[in-house]
Design a protein around this ligand. Structure first.
Ligand code: NAD
Ligand code: UGA
Length: 474
C-alpha cells in the first residue's frame, strides 16, 4: 500500500467512543485518530485533566497518545471530510414515544450522524457501526448515505463493541473476539480487510471474526441477551433459595463448575443495571415482534421481567424485615453506580431501590465513591420511562428528593444513626469497612441487606447485625 497515513474519525465521544479510540491510537502509532462529538462540553473534558468518564487505566492511555495521534475535537465536519474510516459510536437509547415506544431503538442520533457524513464527505469512506443497533440498520444507513452520495462510495461495516464498563481498557487490550461484518462483495471484503488491519496491530488474527453484516449486528444483541439471561437465571434461583434455605452462592458455584456452563457472570444481585442490557433486550423483543415471532419475543422479555421482580423483591424485603415500615427511618445506601469501578448510573438498580424506599417515606443517606451528589439528585427526581408496567414508582419533585435524601462522601457518615444498611454496588472498599464501628453507631436493631453478596455474613451476624439479607440465607 501507499505510505499515506490512515485517518480515523469517530463520531461520539462517550463510554465507547472515548476508550475504544484511545486504545486504537495507543496500539497503532501510524494511525491518526480524531474523536468528535456534538457536545462541546464533553470534548473539552476529554482535552482536560478531568476526563468525562471514570474508567481504571483510561487516564494513562489518554496521556500517552493525546496530542500525538489521538485528538478530541468539536469540528465534526472537518474531521469527517479528512477521514478514511469513520466510526459511529453515538447513543442509541430506547424510544420513549411514537412507533415502538418503550422497546425499539431510537436511531435519531445515528441518522443525523449518517446525514452529516453524507453532506460533508468529499472522498470514499468506510463507515463503521460501532453503536449497538437493530439488525438491518446498515441497510437504512446505506440508503441515507447513497442517496446524497454525489458519486462518492460508502462501504458500511458492522463492528459492535463488547467492552464492559469498569474493565474497558483491559477488555480492549485483550478482547475475547473482535467482530467485523461486511457486504459479501469485493468492495465490502476490501473494507473488512482494511478494518481488520487496524485491529491486527494488537489482536491475534484468530480472535478477529468476520461475518456478514446482519450476523454481526445481531450477534451483539444476542450476546447481551445471553449475558443478562444468566443473571436473571441466578436471580430467579435466589428467590427460591430464600424460600428453601439453599444458599444461592453455593448453588451458583456448584452449577458453574460444570464446564459447559462456566463460573463467570453468575453472581446473584439486586438486579442488573447499566445502559445496555435492558435497552438491547427490549430492542431484540421488538425486532422479534416485527418479524412475527411473538413466542421468541416473550421468551426474552422474561429476562427483564425477572430483573424488575428482583429489584422490587429487594425493596419489599427491606421494608418487611424492618417491621413493615421504614417511614422516617434513616436507611444508608452504600453504592449507587450500576457496578463497581465506574461512576455511571444509567439504569442502576439503585435508582429503583431508592425510589421504592422513598415511596415508603424512608430518609436515605447515600455514599458512592464515584457518583456525585448532583447526579444522584437528578437520577432520583427523573421521571423514569416505564417500559412495561414494572414497579410503580411515583416521580418525585427535586425538592422532595432533597428533603428525603442526603449524599455523603464517607460510608461511616452515611451509616451513622441508620436503622438499616443496603449494599447496592460491589465496590471493593465495602468489603473491608469496619463493620463493628458501623454497628456501634447505628440504631438497634441494626439491619444489613447485602444486594451484592460481598460481606462476610457470619462475621456480621457475630457483631449483632440482623441480616434481612435479600439474596442469601445462610
Ligand atoms: P454515550 O451516551 O456515552 O456517548 C454517545 C455520544 O455520542 C454522546 O457524547 C453524544 O453527545 C454523541 N453524539 C450523539 N449524536 C452525535 C452526532 N450526530 N455526532 C457526533 N456525536 C454525537 O453512549 P455510549 O455508552 O458510549 O454508547 C454508545 C453506543 O455503544 C450505544 O449504541 C451503546 O449501546 C453501545 N455500547 C455501549 C457500551 C457501554 O459499555 N457503555 C458497550 C458496548 C456498546
Ligand atoms: C455489558 C456487557 O458485559 C458487555 O459485554 C457489553 O459490551 C456491554 O454490556 C454493552 O453492550 O453495553 P456492562 O453493562 O458495562 O457490560 O457491565 P456488566 O459487567 O455486564 O454488568 C452489567 C450489570 O449486571 C451490572 O449491574 C452488574 O452488577 C450486573 N451483574 C453482572 C450481576 O448482577 N451479576 C453478574 O454475575 C454480573
Amino acid at each position: 500500500g501507499s505510505a499515506k497515513m490512515v485517518r480515523i474519525c469517530c463520531l461520539g465521544a462517550g463510554y465507547v467512543g472515548g476508550p475504544t479510540m484511545a486504545v486504537i491510537a495507543l496500539k497503532c502509532p501510524s494511525i491518526e485518530v480524531v474523536v468528535v462529538d456534538i457536545s462541546t462540553a464533553r470534548i473539552s473534558a476529554w482535552n482536560s485533566d478531568q476526563l468525562p468518564i471514570y474508567e481504571p487505566g483510561l487516564d494513562d492511555v489518554v496521556k500517552q497518545c493525546r496530542g500525538r495521534n489521538l485528538f478530541f475535537s468539536s469540528d465534526v465536519e472537518k474531521h469527517i471530510s479528512e477521514a478514511d474510516i469513520i466510526f459511529v459510536s453515538v447513543n442509541t437509547p430506547t424510544k420513549t414515544r411514537g412507533l415502538g415506544a418503550g422497546k425499539a431503538a431510537d436511531l435519531t442520533y445515528w441518522e443525523s450522524a449518517a446525514r452529516t457524513i453524507a453532506d460533508v464527505a468529499k472522498s470514499d469512506k468506510i463507515v463503521v457501526e460501532k453503536s449497538t443497533v437493530p439488525v438491518k440498520t446498515a441497510e437504512a444507513i446505506e440508503k441515507i448515505l447513497k442517496h446524497n452520495s454525489k458519486g462518492i462510495k460508502f462501504e458500511i461495516l458492522s463492528n459492535p463493541e463488547f467492552l464492559a464498563e469498569g474493565t474497558a481498557i483491559n477488555d480492549l487490550f485483550n478482547p475475547d473476539r473482535v467482530l467485523l461484518g461486511g457486504r459479501e462483495t469485493p468492495e465490502g471484503q476490501k473494507a473488512v480487510q482494511a478494518l481488520k488491519d487496524v485491529y491486527a496491530h494488537w489482536v491475534p488474527v484468530d480472535r478477529i471474526i468476520t461475518t456478514n453484516l446482519w450476523s454481526a449486528e445481531l450477534s451483539k444483541l444476542a450476546a447481551n441477551a445471553f449475558l443478562a439471561q444468566r443473571i436473571s437465571s441466578v436471580n430467579a434461583m435466589s428467590a427460591l433459595c430464600e424460600a428453601t434455605g439453599a444458599d444461592v452462592t453455593e448453588v451458583a458455584y456448584a452449577v458453574g463448575r460444570d464446564s459447559r456452563i462456566g463460573p463467570r457472570f453468575l453472581n446473584a444481585s439486586v438486579g442488573f443495571g447499566g445502559s445496555c442490557f435492558q435497552k438491547d433486550i427490549l430492542n431484540l423483543v421488538y425486532i422479534c415482534e416485527c418479524n412475527g415471532l411473538p413466542e421468541v419475543a416473550h421468551y426474552w422479555k422474561q429476562v427483564i421481567k425477572v430483573n424488575d421482580y428482583q429489584k422490587s423483591r429487594f425493596v419489599n424485603r427491606v421494608v418487611s424485615s424492618m417491621f413493615n415500615t421504614v417511614s422516617g427511618k434513616k436507611i444508608a445506601v452504600l453504592g449507587f453506580a450500576f457496578k463497581k469501578d465506574t461512576g455511571d448510573t444509567r439504569e442502576t438498580p439503585a435508582i429503583d431501590v431508592c425510589k421504592g424506599l422513598l415511596g415508603d417515606k424512608a430518609a436515605i443517606s447515600i455514599y458512592d465513591p464515584q457518583v456525585t451528589e448532583d447526579q444522584i439528585q437528578r437520577d432520583l427526581a427523573m421521571n423514569k420511562f416505564d417500559w412495561d408496567h414494572p414497579i410503580h414508582l411515583q416521580p418525585m419533585s427535586p425538592t422532595a428528593v432533597k428533603k428525603q435524601v442526603t449524599v455523603t462522601w464517607d460510608a461511616y457518615e452515611a451509616t451513622k444513626g441508620a436503622h438499616g444498611v443496603c449494599i447496592l454496588t460491589e465496590w471493593d472498599e465495602f468489603k473491608v469497612l469496619d463493620y463493628q464501628r458501623i454497628y456501634d453507631n447505628m440504631e438497634k436493631p441494626a439491619f444489613v441487606f447485602d444486594g451484592r453478596n460481598i460481606v462476610d455474613a457470619e462475621k456480621l451476624r457475630k457483631i449483632g447485625f440482623i441480616q434481612g439479607l435479600a439474596m442469601v440465607v445462610r
